[in-house]
Design a protein around this ligand. Structure first.
Ligand SMILES: Cc1cc2nc3c(=O)[nH]c(=O)nc-3n(C[C@H](O)[C@H](O)[C@H](O)COP(=O)(O)OP(=O)(O)OC[C@H]3O[C@@H](n4cnc5c(N)ncnc54)[C@H](O)[C@@H]3O)c2cc1C
Length: 378
């Protein structure tokens, strides 16, 4: 559909091969056991994927949103959970540092994160502040040359396994008085809280982060005090476009499985693929996947062309692809009949994983608000 250039084609082939060999065989097990494919995630460092958008001088690949999204899609065809953890590391943490941190901060943190020696995460959401992220309550108070952070973050991808977090906290009384801090897991006052047990994406560990007078050196504040809203929103925009790649990958896996199954499963003396109602499902699934791809990669291209502030880009891509992926996975379960409803086959996992994309990185409802706001206030 797209005329990818040679290096994009090579990237897709390399990531696909890696995902088939390193992710596919463990995808079911880490879902069942709420495990984590730690070694595969770290190995992505050797392929240059952990800093896919980061500057080359820090070890990154220096690629754009299009390539980052291609990586997500190819990984998620084989394991959405590990891809979600990869997204939290490479986009929520590494890309954020690459875009917004000082040279000194980048020199200190990026090489280790990009090699896979350290894993990253990002803490924005709180128990009382999800969609209303500016309503966060975590506070950072400066005393001498350090900040003391107090509050609880929740739903943090990689919470139980990451070493370095980009954490947002209030440094003033206004809604937009938000600052960003680089918090290491062994800083005094930092604790990993309750681990969350989820419907899907069970191979991507999620937890609370507890900040109790957590001591953060002043030099770990990213940018000026109370100046973080803009870069928080910009990073959410690239997160929403790239997470659409996960929806594409899961939907593509569900479609491929359905096609294979429909050709093999015999009922009434013929493959169910011969029945027009099954053909209709497959045709609808393929068409909406194509539409999702076309939308996502045009939004990614637009982002790479410099239109980074328009939050409706990520909103449109994520809203469409998240709903598309859930629908396609539901149809895949239907095509597999009773078998689709069992854990003997992967499509029920695809469905549980796909649903996350309608909630994480901003819900469908919030995406609609962003898109409508853009149109109605233009
Ligand atoms: C698996 C997983 C991983 C995550 N990873 C991270 C992470 O790494 N870091 C991080 O900071 N956060 C993370 N999140 C948090 C995620 O971004 C939030 O869950 C999401 O933004 C929704 O917030 P909430 O869950 O508090 O829902 P709420 O905001 O309480 O929303 C509840 C319902 O109300 C609706 N609603 C809310 N406001 C409005 C409105 N104005 N108009 C219409 N409807 C509205 C919502 O759409 C939703 O349907 C993760 C979440 C999950 C589930």
């Amino acid at each position: 559909m797209f005329s990818w250039n040679d290096s994009q084609k090579l990237l897709m082939e390399t990531v696909s091969h890696f995902a088939k060999t390193e992710l596919a065989s463990l995808a079911h097990q880490i879902d069942e056991e709420e495990g984590f494919n730690d070694s595969a995630l770290r190995k992505m460092g050797e392929l240059g994927l952990l800093g896919v958008t980061a500057e080359e001088k820090f070890g990154g690949a220096g690629l754009g949103c299009v390539e980052a999204t291609l990586v997500m899609e190819k990984l998620a065809e084989h394991c959405a959970s590990t891809t979600l953890s990869y997204l939290a590391h490479s986009i929520l943490c590494v890309n954020n540092l690459n875009e917004n941190a000082s040279e000194i901060q980048k020199t200190q943190y990026l090489p280790g994160l990009i090699q896979g020696a350290q894993l990253g995460g990002m803490g924005m959401t709180e128990p009382e502040a999800g969609s209303d992220s500016l309503g966060m309550r975590a506070k950072a108070v400066k005393k001498g040359d350090r900040y003391f952070l107090n509050g609880t973050k929740t739903f943090i991808t990689n919470g139980p396994v990451a070493d370095v977090f980009v954490v947002y906290a209030k440094t003033g009384s206004g809604r937009k008085d938000i600052s960003t801090f680089i918090v290491e897991k062994n800083f005094r006052g930092f604790k990993v809280g309750k681990r969350l047990h989820k419907l899907g994406m069970r191979g991507s560990p999620t937890s609370e982060l507890i900040l109790e007078n957590c001591e953060v050196p002043e030099c770990n504040r990213i940018g000026g005090e109370n100046e973080s809203v803009q870069h928080m929103m910009r990073n959410l925009n690239i997160e929403r476009i790239t997470i659409s790649g996960i929806s594409l990958g899961v939907a593509s896996a569900a479609l491929n499985y359905s096609v294979r199954y429909a050709k093999e499963r015999q009922q009434f003396g013929k493959p169910i693929a011969d029945f027009q109602m099954i053909q209709e499902k497959i045709a609808e699934m393929a068409t909406s996947l194509d539409a999702g791809r076309a939308l996502t990669y045009s939004m990614a291209l637009e982002f790479d062309r410099g239109n980074r502030e328009d939050l409706s880009l990520g909103g449109r891509a994520k809203l469409f692809t998240a709903q598309m992926a859930t629908r396609i996975c539901l149809e895949a379960v239907q095509i597999l009949g009773g078998y689709g409803y069992t854990k003997e086959y992967p499509v029920e996992r695809y469905l549980r994983d796909a649903k996350l994309m309608e909630i994480g990185a901003g819900t469908n409802e919030i995406m609609r608000i962003l898109i409508a706001r853009k149109l109605l206030t233009a």
